[in-house]
Design a protein around this ligand. Structure first.
Ligand code: S3P
Length: 434
């Protein structure tokens, strides 16, 4: 089983880049496959999750070439997709397998709902425990048939999906979820009439932006699509993933004498909640040189060592920082006073029960953490002690705890780190370079 050993460091002075954005890479593959003609994707994230999306579409007859067709290809990969238009997918001969990728299974369910053939889609043990009723409900309303393992109050993979003949709907999201929103919008591409998604607190809008980009509709990012409209392939350049950058920003905030410039990071406002959180904690984080490429803003982020204070985090910002809570919790252990994270119940159904796993692992470092039903309370600052940590098969827990290891006294060992491959294959190398 792979392990990561971390020793403390006392200085950072570097310029780095992080690999391409995971959410945007998934969407570029799926939307490229539904476009007519060639789509090229540069700076694609060649992680296990995004490669699973490629494999699923290949099984439905879409030709996808990678700059180096080995597994895994290195960061900065170029992808060429020969899209066959909205009606170009073929029934796969076998079950589609998404591995650990929630984004793949949920977004793909939207596309499969629009096909008049039956597909079975499943994934690893963790995927089979993640709730799918949230996507099945609106897709059934549109006319698709979605069956799976049924329990008292939810539905789980393997999912059997067949569809076609969908009708457009207006759907108000009961929970803020970009995956559910995207599944409905992607199904809407195949539906009669218009499909609209309404959300209370904005979640990431990459699907809306990318559909607008492919359809030549410029910047508007409304969660609305008109069914049956074909569109041509496009050239997509993927910005660096701010969720990956967040681990290194945190390292620069926490390590003394640190100054770290991260180039080419995605700065979509539905993803930059982490910058707001770090600012509110008095973190020295600055955005430089913002530009828009492929309908997504990007720029550089400069982070310096900071004296931090605890804050309360809840409400509207939650969908915009949902993947960053593990690293925010690590940073909070070094902040003066109390950090209270609330209204974050969604964390219980991510790749692991992140409220429980953050709490259990931070305690091993000697941090003062309390588990709440919908969040965490962290009192700081605490001098962390090196520890033996479990990843729980969750990439973001493994990486957040590795950053804690950079400021803990003595050696830290993170067990079972293969999961890091799902979103950030170069993490260990980049960490070593610090
Ligand atoms: C994602 C949406 C979020 C996020 C996940 C990626 C996406 O999930 O946690 O890592 O690409 O749409 P939810 O939609 O379940 O909140």
């Amino acid at each position: 089983m792979s392990k990561l050993k971390i020793s403390p460091i006392n200085k950072i002075n570097k310029t780095i880049t992080v690999p391409g954005d995971k959410s945007i890479s998934h969407r570029a593959i799926m939307i490229g496959a539904l476009a007519q003609g060639q789509t090229t994707i540069t700076n694609f994230l060649s992680s296990a999750d995004c490669l699973a999306t490629i494999e699923c579409l290949r099984k439905m007859g879409i030709e996808i070439q990678m700059s180096n067709d080995q597994f895994p290809i290195s960061n900065g990969g170029k992808i060429i997709i020969n899209g066959k238009g909205l009606h170009g997918l073929k029934q796969p001969k076998e079950e589609l397998y998404v591995g650990n990728s929630g984004t793949t299974i949920r977004l793909l369910s939207g596309i499969l709902a629009g096909q008049n053939f039956k597909t079975i889609v499943s994934g690893d043990e963790s995927i089979q425990k993640r709730p799918m009723l949230r996507v099945a409900k609106p897709l059934r309303e549109m006319g698709a048939s979605i069956e799976g393992k049924v329990t008292k109050d939810n539905l789980f993979a393997p999912l059997r999906i067949s569809g076609g003949d969908l009708k457009g709907i207006t759907y108000e999201l009961p929970i803020p979820s970009a995956q559910v929103k995207s599944a409905v919008l992607l199904a809407g591409l195949f539906a009669k009439g218009e499909t609209t998604v309404i959300e209370q607190n904005p979640s990431r809008d990459h699907t809306e932006r990318m559909l607008g980009y492919f359809k030549g509709k410029g910047l508007g990012a409304r969660a609305q699509v008109l069914g049956g409209e074909e569109f041509a392939g496009a050239e997509v350049d993927v910005p660096g993933d701010i969720s990956s950058a967040a681990f290194f920003m945190a390292a620069a905030l926490l390590v003394p004498n640190a100054e770290l410039l991260i180039k080419n990071v995605g700065l979509n406002p539905t993803r930059t909640g982490i910058l707001e959180v770090f600012h509110r904690m008095s973190g020295k984080v600055e955005v430089l040189d913002e530009v828009i490429v492929s309908n997504e803003p990007r720029g550089e982020i400069l982070t310096k060592s900071s004296k931090l204070k605890g804050i309360k985090i809840d409400g509207e910002i939650m969908p915009r920082i949902i993947d960053e809570i593990p690293i925010i919790a690590v940073v909070a252990t070094q902040a003066e006073g109390r950090t209270e994270i609330r209204e974050a119940k969604e964390l219980r159904i991510k790749e692991s029960d992140r409220i429980a796993t953050i709490c259990a692992e931070l305690k091993k470092f000697g941090a003062h953490v309390k588990e709440l039903d919908d969040g965490l309370i962290i009192d700081g600052p605490t001098v962390l002690k090196g520890a033996e940590i479990e990843s729980h098969g969750d990439h973001r827990i493994a990486m957040a705890m590795a950053i804690a290891g950079l400021i803990a006294e003595g050696e830290t060992v993170i067990n079972d780190t293969a999961c890091i491959e799902t979103s950030f294959p170069e993490f260990e190398k980049l960490l070593a370079s610090l």
